[in-house]
Structures are given as C-alpha cells and as structure tokens.
Design a protein around this ligand. Sequence first.
Ligand code: DOR
Ligand code: ZN
Length: 396
Amino acid sequence: MLIKSYNNQNLDLDLPSSLNLNNLLALPALIDPHVHFRVPGGEHKEDWKTGAQAAIHGGVTTVFDMPNNTPAITTAEALRNKKQIIDEQLSEVEIPLHYYFYFGATPDNLEEIKKVKDEIIGIKLFMGSSTGNLLVDKRSNQEQIFKLAAELNLVVAVHAEDEIKIKMQKEKFKDNDSIKVHGLIRDRSVAASAVAQAIEMAEFYKTKLYVLHASTKEEVDLIREAKAKGVNVSAETTPHHLFLDSEAYAVLGSKAQMNPPLRTPEDQRALWAGIADGTIDTIGTDHAPHTLEEKARAYPDSPSGVPGIETSLPLLLSAYNKGKLSLEKLVAVMSGNAQKIFELPETNDWVIVDLNLEKEVRNEDLKTKCGWSPFAGWKLKGWPVATVLNGKVYNF
Ligand code: DOR
Ligand code: ZN
C-alpha cells in the first residue's frame, strides 16, 4: 500500500486496510538515545517486555539504555548478563527492538571499558549523583575517562551536574522538605558548571562529548560556543524540559521531580532556540519510570525520574501543529541526528502518524509498567497510529 512520507515520497508499506491512509504520513521511526528500562534490578518499575511495548507505542524502534541498574553495568560480565536477559524478554514479546548500551564509568573501571568498547554506544559518566550509585565526581578520574574514550573513539555521555555544589546545597536546604527545594539544590549553576567542565575536557583530549538532558539557557550557550570553536560536542534535551517548567511542582508534586530539575520558561525558550539553530541535536526522553508508590514518598525520599517514551512524539507533533518546528526538524532531532552522531546502521523502520488526531494522554492507555505520565490529561494534536519494525506492522 502506498503511503506518503514526510518528505513527499511514496512508500510502499504493507499496512493493514483498517488504516485510512488519506490522513496519514510516514516518518522515520524514532531513535530514543536515552532510556532507563531498569533491567536488571528495577523490574518492578519497567522491564524490556513493557519497555519495548511502550517504545513501539511511542513510535520508537531504537533505544540506548542506561547503565544505572542494580548492579550497575560497569563490568564486561554485568553487560553480558544484562544483554542475555534483554534478549529473552524481547523474544517473549516478539518485538525485536534495536537497542544499544551505555556503559557506566566508575573511578577505576578503565580496563573494563577497554574490554567492552565494541559492544557499547558510549560511556555514561555521572559527574553528579542521581538514581543509583554511579558517580565519578573527581576531576582527575573524569580526565582519565575522557582520555581513554578519545583513544578508543568512544562517545562520553555526561550527566552534567556538579556534585560539590549539590552536596553544599543539600546541606543548606536540609531543614526544608518541600519538593520545590529540589530545583534550588540542583540549581542552574550546578548544571552549567559541570557542562563547562565537560567541554574543557572534551576540547583538551579531543573526545566526542554528548551532553545529556541539557535544561538551562547557560548550557545551551556553552554548547553553542563550544561547537563554534570546533569542539566535538552534541547535545540532547528532553520533552519534559521542553514542555514543563518548575511551576509543575504545584500540580504534580514529585511526579515533576527529575534530575536535572525542571527550569523556567526562559530556559524553555533557550532550548527551543537551540533546537532551531542546531545547538541541540537530539531529543532523548530520559524515560525513567518509578512506581506511583515510590513517587508518593515525601521529598527527598521520592525518587527522581519520569516516564516519557510514549508521549514524546505526540508532544512534538503538537508543537509542529502550533508552528514551533518543521517536520524536517522534528525528524532530525528525533531520529536523523542520533543516527549520524552515533553512526548507527540505517533501518527501514517507520512510524505512521495522524497529524490531525486529537487525543488526551491517559494513564490507562500507557504500556509502561509504571502506568503514569506527567502529561496525563494533556490534549495533544498529532499521534502515532502504527509503527513498522523490521517490516512488521504494530498497529495500535
Ligand atoms: O531523573 C532522573 N532519573 N535522572 C537521572 O539521572 C536518572 C534517572 C533514573 O534512573 O531514575
Ligand atoms: Zn537518564
């Protein structure tokens, strides 16, 4: 059956006749370069059966999974073990999702990095602490990792938050248990100072740097400047940082708690401007499910992280419908740029979208095991209706 693609080609795809193709458009399937599918150790939040279903439901056929598992993925053995579990779970649900691994850096696992260099998409470096126990906060250790990564031609993906500042501000706000202090502890300077440091190291060692979840105007400015100087840096932002700001705590409470935290409308404008001028390369969902029960704990015991893989495409299609970005740009930041930066093989995967479909985000419709979204109740215009993975159509 012929279907029109976003760049006006006619594609011949084997689609079910129940789809009314007149209103539909095919886009390259999404690459989500930042997910936490929680295997092993966090299977009560997500596993690869529910994670893969959620991915397909969101139009995503390729994911990069993060290493902050239990145990953390910092040895070749842990990586091998994780891969085996994933392959079993994916075959159980018959979804041959394309996946790649980030490998966790520690202060002393350089030898393990060398062992797995051909099996990973990059090294994940937590400059500041977040969910899990991965942390490399000493500059000298960070330098060793940047140096080795450059020698091995590996990307270093940074969770750029300054641990020293986080610790100081935790102390400062220790008597205040309001969720709003989350953004004061991990304030904008926490992120900006770590990004500046990561850029310095990438410049010095000529390392490929990928800044995860850029959230502030200062980070966008630093990355823009570094790119102009020829530093090999690319950057991601997330749907939650684009569409929610720190006012959301009042409505969502800890469902709006993540690292880095939500920022201001001015930061959001800077992120959109960064997308427009190419400073921001990708949108990664940082899909980081936690159960509602866990989220219901009082701050600071409530965990940081929100699910996002099923809502990112409708959010961006709604932004397209409001004129905030073109379809070409949407495809670039949600698929094409990640493919180029990480040199991924081409796929023939597609997501079929209805640009005019208006629908509310409903927790009941989600496939993620955690069963909730910070965007529940949002009415969005433009939704995926089917995903094509390796020639098989997943209709929903
Ligand atoms: O909010 C976050 N959640 N940020 C992270 O860095 C980790 C993630 C998680 O794994 O829950
Ligand atoms: Zn993350």
